[in-house]
Design a protein. Structure first.
Length: 316
C-alpha cells in the first residue's frame, strides 16, 4: 500500500490487519509522519515513490504481493495549478511506473485512489457515466490514470479498479484541511468555523469506514467483476456546507461561532455521488450517518489533541 501512513491509509491498514492480511506500507511521511500507524503490525518502508521507481527498488517490494492499493499522491487542486508539471510527475509518471511494475511482477489486483476532480464541475448525481471535464491539472492527472487502469485491464488482463473518492472524513485526519476536518479542529480549538459564500455549496461527505469497506470489497471481489471498473466512493448524499457547519456546532456543544467570508473563486456547487454501480458489483452500501460519524470523529479529535505524539499534526 502506498500512502498507508496517512488519513485513509491508517484506517485501511487496521481493517486489513483485522481481516488477517499482511500489509506493507510505502510512505515518505510527508503528509503525517508515521504516528497514525502506531499499534499496527504494518511493515513500513520509508521513501518517495517516484525516486524508488527511478532507482528500480520497487520490484523488491512488489515480489509476492497479492494486490496494490495506491493511495499516495500529490494532493490539492491549488498546488496543481501552481505547478502542473510536478503534479504530473507525482500523480501520473510515478503512478504509471508503479502500475507497470505491478504488472511485470505478476500483481493482478490494483486499486487506485482517484477523485471526483477527474469529473470536474459536473451536475450531480455524479456517476461513472458522467462525462469527465476536469477543471484542474490535479483532476486531469487522476483522469489520465483512470485511462491507464482501463488500458491495463484490457491489454494485460489486470484487475484494476479506480475509486473516485468523495469528500472523506474520519479519524486520523488531524493534519487534513478538508472542510469537515477544518470545522472540527477550529471548533475544538476555540476558533470560529469559516463558511465561504452563502454556504449553499455542497459536498458528498463519506465516512472513512465506508470508503475502506469499498476498497476492501474491490480487493476481494471476483476479478472479472471489477476489472477496469471505476467506482464512486461517496455516501450518495449531498450536504450543504452551511448544514455541515450547523451540525458540527451542535455536535461540539452549540457555542461555536460561525463566520461568513466572501465566496472563493472556483468553488463549485458540488454534487452527490451515484454509488449504485459499486452497490451492484461489490455490494457497497454506505453505513455511517453523517451526524453519528461527526460525533465519533469529534471524540477522536479531542483525544488526539491531548496526545503529545499526535497533537503537533494539527499544526501542519
Amino acid at each position: 500500500m502506498t500512502g498507508g501512513a496517512g488519513f485513509i491509509g491508517a484506517s485501511l491498514v487496521r481493517a486489513l490487519e483485522a481481516a488477517g492480511d499482511t500489509v506493507t506500507v510505502l510512505d515518505d511521511g510527508r503528509a503525517a509522519g508515521i504516528a497514525f500507524l502506531r499499534g499496527t503490525a504494518a511493515d513500513l518502508v520509508p521513501g518517495d515513490l517516484g525516486l524508488l521507481a527511478e532507482r528500480g527498488e520497487l520490484s523488491r517490494l512488489l515480489a509476492g504481493s497479492d494486490a496494490v492499493v495506491h493511495l499516495a499522491a500529490r494532493t490539492g487542486v491549488p498546488a496543481s495549478i501552481v505547478d502542473p508539471e510536478a503534479d504530473w510527475r507525482d500523480n501520473v509518471v510515478a503512478s504509471l511506473a508503479l502500475l507497470d511494475l505491478a504488472r511485470r511482477n505478476g500483481v493482478q489486483r490494483f486499486v487506485f485512489a482517484s477523485s471526483n476532480a477527474a469529473v470536474g464541475a459536473a451536475e450531480g448525481p455524479i456517476s461513472e457515466h458522467t462525462v469527465p471535464r476536469p477543471t484542474s491539472p490535479y483532476g486531469a492527472a487522476k483522469l489520465a490514470m483512470e485511462g491507464y487502469l482501463s488500458a491495463f485491464a484490457a491489454s494485460y488482463g489486470m484487475s484494476t479498479v479506480a475509486i473516485r473518492f468523495a469528500n472523506v472524513y474520519g479519524p486520523y485526519a488531524l493534519h487534513k484541511r478538508s472542510v469537515t476536518a477544518s470545522f472540527l479542529l477550529a471548533g475544538l480549538q476555540g476558533r470560529a468555523l469559516t463558511v465561504y459564500g452563502d454556504g449553499r455549496q455542497a459536498r458528498d461527505l463519506v465516512h472513512v469506514d465506508d470508503l475502506v469497506g469499498l476498497i476492501r470489497a474491490s480487493l476481494d471481489a471476483p476479478a472479472q467483476r471489477v476489472a477496469g471498473q471505476i467506482f464512486q466512493g461517496g455516501s450518495g448524499v449531498r450536504t450543504s456546507i452551511g448544514e455541515l457547519a450547523r451540525m458540527v456546532v451542535d455536535v461540539l456543544g452549540g457555542d461555536v461561532p460561525v463566520v461568513h467570508e466572501p465566496a472563493r473563486a472556483g468553488d463549485v456547487a458540488g454534487a452527490a455521488c451515484d454509488v449504485s454501480l459499486a452497490g451492484e458489483l461489490v455490494g457497497y452500501r454506505p453505513q455511517v450517518p453523517l451526524r453519528d460519524g461527526l460525533s465519533s470523529v469529534a471524540t477522536w479529535f479531542r483525544e488526539a489533541l491531548e496526545d503529545p505524539q499526535l497533537a503537533p499534526l494539527a499544526e501542519r
